[in-house]
Each structure stands twice: as C-alpha cells, then as structure tokens.
Design a protein around this ligand. Sequence first.
Ligand code: ZN
Length: 388
Amino acid sequence: MPATGKTPSGGWANTGQLWTSAELAPTIEHMLSDQPELYRGLNYPWGRKVNPAPGIPEKIAEGVYWLRIPMPISLDHINLWLLEEEDGWTIVDTCLDLPQSREIWEQVFSEFMGDKPVLRVICTHLHPDHVGLAGWITERFGCQLWMSREEFLMCRAMAGDTGREAPEVAIRFYRAAGYTDEQLDKYRRKFGGFGRMISPLPDSFRRLVDGETFRINNRYWQVIVGSGHSPEHVALYCPALKLLISGDQVLPKITPNVSVFPTEPEGDPLKEWLRSNGRIRDNLPDDLLVLPAHEAPFYGLHVRLTQLIETHERDLDKLFEHLAEPKRAVDCFPALFKREITDAVLGMATGETLAHLNCLLGRRRVRCNRDEHGVDWYEQKPEISAFD
Ligand SMILES: [Zn+2]
C-alpha cells in the first residue's frame, strides 16, 4: 500500500519553548526518515527500525505526538502518545515507574508541554510498562485516570499481592504444569513483584467502555476493546485522523503474549484473543496508521490482524499433533517456541502454552488427566485424531 496517508515530520507544537534551541533543531528535523519500508506485508512510513530520541516527542499528525521512553528490559522501549488540546494534554500510557522514566517525563512536562497541564491519563491496559507512572502523573496534575473497569480493578488486585507469599493454589497450578521443585522455589521468590514496578493507582477512575466516543481537540476518538493479552484492553480509534492507537493489541512484529494465570486456571484467553482480533478486523477500516506501544507505526491493520490470528491457529494445529502421546504443559514448548525456554522466560512460556492447551480443551480436541502427583497430562481425543 502506498504511504499516502503519511504526515510529514517536524512541525512542533510549542515552538516558542525550548525546541527553538539551535542544538536541538537539526536533530529534531531529521529524526524521522522519509523512507517508507515494506516488510512482511506491512508498510512502515518512517521505516521499521525508526528510533526517536528518548524523551523528544515527534509529531505524527495534527495534535498527536509520539514519545518513546527506553526501558532496561528485553523489550527495550515503549511508545507513548501525547494528544494536544487548547488547554492541555492527554497522555496515553506512561512507562514503568523507574527514576529514569520519571526524569524523561519531567523533561517533557517542562520543555515540551510548556505551561499547559496534563488533563487526563489514559492507560490501554494494566501491564506495568503502560500503567507504571499513571498514579504519579494523575496525582501531580490532579487529573483523572481513564481506563476500562476490568483493567483498573485487576491492576489494583495485582498490586495488592505485593509483599504477599505465593498462594498455595498458584504452587499447585505450576506443579500441574510440570514445574520442578527448584522452579517452584524460583516462582515463590519472584511472586508479588508487580506492585514494585508501578506507582500506586488512584482510588477512583473514569471508566472507558467499548464503543464509546469522546472528543479531544474537536475530534472524536472511539474506544475499541480487545481481550486476551489483558482482560479489557483499550485501543483508541480516531476516524478523522485515520489513526489507531493500538496499545499491545496490535503490534507489528511481536506476537503479544496470551497467557493463562493461576488466578483463573480454566480461562480461555486465546479464544477471546482470536475473537476480538477478528472483530477489530471486521469493524475498523484497513487504511489506518497504526500507532503500536512497541516498535514502529505502520499501515496494514487487516494484514497484521490476519497474521496474528493465523499464527495462533497454526500453533494450535502443531500443538494438537504434538499431543499424539500424553504430554505435560512443559513438554509442549518445542511445539510452540523455536528458542530454548530458560528459567527467565519459563513463566511466560508456561502461561502461553496453557492458553493454547485450554483453547484446544475448549474446542474439545484434547483431554486432560491429572496424575497422582498433581501433574496434568494432555492428549488428543482419539475420536478427533481419527477424523479425516
Ligand atoms: Zn501488555
């Protein structure tokens, strides 16, 4: 698809502010390349490896700015979005609560936002890289946090686990998946870390509901709820600007993690993920510039949603084939992951594997038996495998 919807780079909102500085100006002007790049069915108007300078917002469309903040984890950055109005700013997502991310925000508040306050903070979902500084920013500006209800409540519940011991049901859950005693000990030691990555959420919030619209800077934005990566994930669609702030629901390269957790062992988040991505593909036009929380903005929403759906459908088939003989969840990694699963990614890999197993159970393609040691063994239903 040609990059016809592309907006030129440059054109800063607060040109009377520090951005007129002679040292900064040339860097800013050339930060976004004008070289569109086609890669695996998607069109990246600024190239797929574009990497805006940390803390220096880049104009994406009229009143919409892209802020990238680095993170000291394997996913090494997050994209945040700043929406400008006459009397202030809306922030979409906030980064982890770390001294260096607070420092970057301080710089953005004083140098970029100038004398206009933050009017509201919107969080797409509860993961710490998105919600980390929401409490800090809303308190600082005395403004509201806008979030879907399930994300807000789940986030507060998870933060409430901070400092608690791992519950026995969680230990049973991972033992059933095939963890060794040593792996269970590691899980116990890591439990309750969520709250340490975020500043405390406010005590009340403004609920975002699927399909509702609100106005920012005289333009309508519509709430598009998806589920599977997190319970009630909010993406924001602006028809006038042909933009979709997609959060983690649609990422161009990474397949967002879809996991089953001990809090809801029989959940089927993969079913919800497949269903909600199909629904977004049916309901949103294809010619939107997608602004993802990680990696680069791109065109090709429908192609990407189809890729995300098909990837999981293929994985479900591979997993089913793998279950000709009974297997534990931890024996299923080779069917789903190319890389070796080390302890660092064991939790995520287990959650994702259980999501696929629960989906196959929901489709009545496999069955599961718990042995006398409390370990679950999954295998094809004979009558399904005999079907041609
Ligand atoms: Zn996420």
